[in-house]
Design a protein around this ligand. Structure first.
Ligand SMILES: [Fe+2]
Length: 243
C-alpha cells in the first residue's frame, strides 16, 4: 500500500484543534502519522492531547515545550508568562505522560523520512528557522529527500538545490528529484502566520506530493478552556488572530 502520511506538530495542548485535524486526516484515508513535537504547552488540554498522540502509535520527536514541561528544570530565564504556562502544565501532566514526553528523541528517521522539532544541526538548541539562511545548516545533516520540522508555527518549505536554498509557500507542492526539502508543517494548536486555522501536511512519497491543509476548528471552545484554567489571557486572544 502506498504511504499517505499526516505530518502534524505544535499541537500545544489544543484538543479542539487536534480532534479536527485527526478527523480530517482519517477522512483523507491517511495510513500513517508522524508528529514533529510540542504536543503540550500554551493550551489547556495537555493530558488529552498526549493520549490522542500516543494512541496514534507513531513516531514523535521532542519539542522544546515537551522538554520544559516534562523535565523539572529551572524556569528562571523564562518570560514570566511562559514560565506560568510551563509550571501549570507540569502540575497537570500525569506522571505517565511526563515520562513519555521525557522519552521522546530529538530526531527520528521514519522509513526514509527525517523528523526534528527545530533544526537538524543542533536539535537540542531549539534554533528557529524562518529564513533560507537559517535552513542551510540543516541540509548538511539531511540524508533524505524530505525532512519535517516545526517550532516556528509558520508553514513554509525550504528547497535545497545545487547548494542554494529557496523558499516555497505552502500549498500543494511537487517534490522534484535531486532536490531536498526541509518542510515546516505549521502548527495544529497555535498558528502564527496570521491564519487562525489549524495546519498540518499530508505527504505521499510515491507521488512526490506534499499538501498543506488548513482547517477551521472551534477557537472559542479552546479559548474558554484557557480562561477556565486560569492561563494567561493573551494565549486565548492570539488563537483568534493566528499570531
Ligand atoms: Fe511550538
Amino acid at each position: 500500500m502506498d504511504r499517505k502520511i499526516a505530518v502534524l506538530g505544535d499541537i500545544h495542548a489544543n484538543l479542539d484543534a487536534l480532534e479536527v485535524v485527526l478527523a480530517d486526516a482519517r477522512a483523507q484515508n491517511v495510513n500513517e502519522f508522524i508528529c514533529t513535537g510540542d504536543v503540550v504547552g500554551y493550551n489547556a488540554c495537555p493530558n488529552e492531547c498526549c493520549k490522542l498522540v500516543r494512541e496514534l502509535g507513531c513516531a514523535v520527536v521532542q519539542g522544546n515545550h515537551d522538554h520544559y514541561c516534562a523535565f523539572e528544570e529551572s524556569l528562571e530565564d523564562f518570560h514570566h508568562l511562559a514560565a506560568a504556562v510551563v509550571a501549570w502544565t507540569r502540575r497537570q501532566l500525569s506522571s505517565d505522560n511526563a515520562a513519555w514526553l521525557r522519552s521522546l528523541p530529538y530526531t527520528a528517521m521514519v522509513k526514509g523520512i527525517q523528523v526534528v522539532h527545530s533544526t537538524l544541526d543542533m536539535p537540542e538548541h531549539w534554533g528557529y528557522v524562518f529564513e533560507s539562511v537559517e535552513a542551510e545548516p540543516s541540509f548538511s545533516y539531511q540524508k533524505t529527500q524530505a525532512c519535517f520540522h516545526g517550532h516556528t508555527h509558520v508553514p513554509v518549505v525550504f528547497e535545497h538545490q545545487f547548494g542554494t536554498v529557496g523558499r516555497l509557500e505552502p500549498g500543494t507542492i511537487e517534490l522534484r528529484l535531486g532536490r531536498k526539502y526541509f518542510v515546516n508543517v505549521g502548527s495544529v494548536g497555535q498558528p502564527r502566520d496570521g491564519d487562525p486555522r489549524a495546519c498540518y501536511c499530508i505527504y505521499e512519497p510515491s507521488k512526490h506530493l506534499l499538501e498543506y491543509r488548513r482547517l477551521e476548528y472551534d477557537v472559542a471552545a479552546a479559548q474558554a478552556r484557557i480562561r477556565e484554567a486560569g492561563l494567561p489571557d493573551h494565549l486565548a486572544d492570539r488563537l483568534a488572530r493566528g499570531r
